[in-house]
Ligand binder design. Structure first.
Ligand code: ADP
Length: 159
């Protein structure tokens, strides 16, 4: 069985993440979408909230499980029996950071490969931070995030 891990902050999950998840779920037998708990950056949604938002928009995927993890992605991948780490590549600006991380992860574990997937071009300039900024200033975000995430963001910025 081919198992992949799709790690990230998912603060919050966007349609770009869902696009990558859908591609990954068609390529692998099982995909863990895994929320990183040890973030340097201060997330706006707690780990529990981020997982609940993911749960609310991924029910159509039968071979996707969600989880959270601390520490190294390769260690988490080993724990769940995954040989592949999925990352999304939007534009050239992602490349340098992703390249460094993929090489470091391979240095840590030669048996785990990073697979990059490109989202639909509509999502090239979409990021969680962009969506957070748009929501903060009251811009329309309906085409960038699933409905449950839109509701949660509007609520968050009303508080
Ligand atoms: P991280 O903080 O680990 O980069 P993110 O939640 O921002 O976590 O992203 C997780 C993964 O999803 C990364 O590989 C990132 O490049 C990818 N990603 C983020 N936004 C998009 C998008 N709009 N389209 C495709 N991939 C994306």
């Amino acid at each position: 069985m081919k198992i992949a891990v799709y790690p990230g902050s998912f603060d919050p999950i966007t349609n770009g993440h869902l696009d990558i998840l859908k591609r990954a779920s068609s390529l692998f037998d099982l995909v863990y979408i895994a929320v990183a708990r040890n973030l340097q950056k201060q997330p706006i949604f707690t780990t529990k909230e981020r997982l609940a938002l993911i749960r609310g928009c991924t029910s159509e995927f039968e071979n996707v499980k969600m989880d959270s993890f601390d520490g190294l992605v390769v260690e988490y991948a080993r724990q769940v029996g995954a040989e592949v780490i999925i990352r999304g590549l939007r534009a050239l600006s992602d490349f340098d950071y992703e390249f460094q991380m993929a090489l470091m992860n391979r240095h840590l574990d030669e048996n785990i490969n990073t697979v990059f997937l490109m989202p639909h071009e509509d999502y090239t300039y979409l990021s969680s931070s962009m969506v957070r900024d748009l929501a903060k200033f009251g811009a329309e975000i309906g085409s960038f995030v699933p409905a449950n995430v839109k509701t949660a963001l509007l609520k968050k910025f009303r508080e």
